[in-house]
Design a protein around this ligand. Structure first.
Ligand code: ZN
Length: 253
């Protein structure tokens, strides 16, 4: 099996044994581990705190936008500036629907309840969000991360038909080569340890943040800064980029 087949298969969510060590060239870049920093839900604290920290090291990240977020309406120019600076505005659906039937989902309103959706409606709303994002950044390619990682609308899968519309869909599968964590209320050292202690076969680490120093599921400004400083100090081991860039690079090799 060729390297590319393995990588595409991993992305498609199938599980495979460890990648053949003989395969060359190593992905993504001299055996570095790709690190995707992403920020979900279009929160003001991301503009205020995450963006300046990322820019300090010229790290590019993915921001998964919900168009009806208050900060998109009040600070549209700031979100547009992110895209011009090389960050990705990713799709996170139009209204962030999630299944209310799952544990700890008391916050899901009737109207947002994915259990009341048809698959067609879920798909239509995600594609409409793409049009909105294209109006913001002029781009026709991006990645998608499903709200709450929910993949079914009232028992019907809506992810499969969406795959053709995105460079990649983030967060649905954790394989031996790909890790994913959505940290909140953690220390900088805990974030660093997660990256540092990734198993040897790891090729991609996904860190999904929400608020940074504010908003919900928050990580402190200091903890976030500590992680970024660690990644910057270890550029020989880690390749930090937007999810779309990482996935395009992966597909090429
Ligand atoms: Zn979300």
């Amino acid at each position: 099996m060729t390297k590319i087949t393995v990588l595409l298969a991993v992305f498609a969510g199938f599980s495979f044994p460890a990648v053949n060590a003989q395969a060359a060239p190593a992905w993504p870049d001299n055996n570095k581990i790709a690190v995707s920093l992403s920020y979900d839900d279009a929160l003001a604290s991301q503009l205020d705190n995450a963006v300046p920290a990322l820019n300090e090291y010229n790290f590019k990240a993915s921001f998964y936008i919900v168009p009806n977020s208050a900060s998109v309406q009040s600070r549209m120019a700031d979100w547009q500036a992110l895209a011009s600076d090389g960050h990705e505005l990713g799709n996170h659906s139009l209204f962030h629907p999630c299944s209310a039937a799952k544990p700890s989902r008391e916050w899901v309103s009737e109207e947002q309840n994915l259990d009341n959706y048809t698959a067609e409606r879920a798909i239509r709303e995600v594609l409409t969000a793409n049009v909105f994002l294209q109006a913001l950044d002029g781009k026709t390619q991006r990645t998608f991360t499903p709200p709450c990682f929910d993949t079914q609308a009232a028992g019907n899968d809506f992810i499969e038909p969406l795959k053709a519309h995105f460079v990649a869909i983030k967060g649905l599968e954790q394989t031996e080569q790909s890790l994913l964590w959505a940290p909140s209320a953690v220390t900088g050292q805990q974030l660093i340890n997660y990256v540092k202690n990734a198993p040897e076969e790891t090729q991609l680490i996904n860190l999904l943040f929400h608020g940074i120093g504010g908003d919900h599921l928050s990580v402190s400004v200091a903890a976030h800064a500590q992680l970024l400083a660690y990644l910057a100090a270890n550029k020989d081991r880690y390749y930090v980029d937007s999810y779309i860039n990482i996935m395009k690079k992966q597909a090429k090799e």
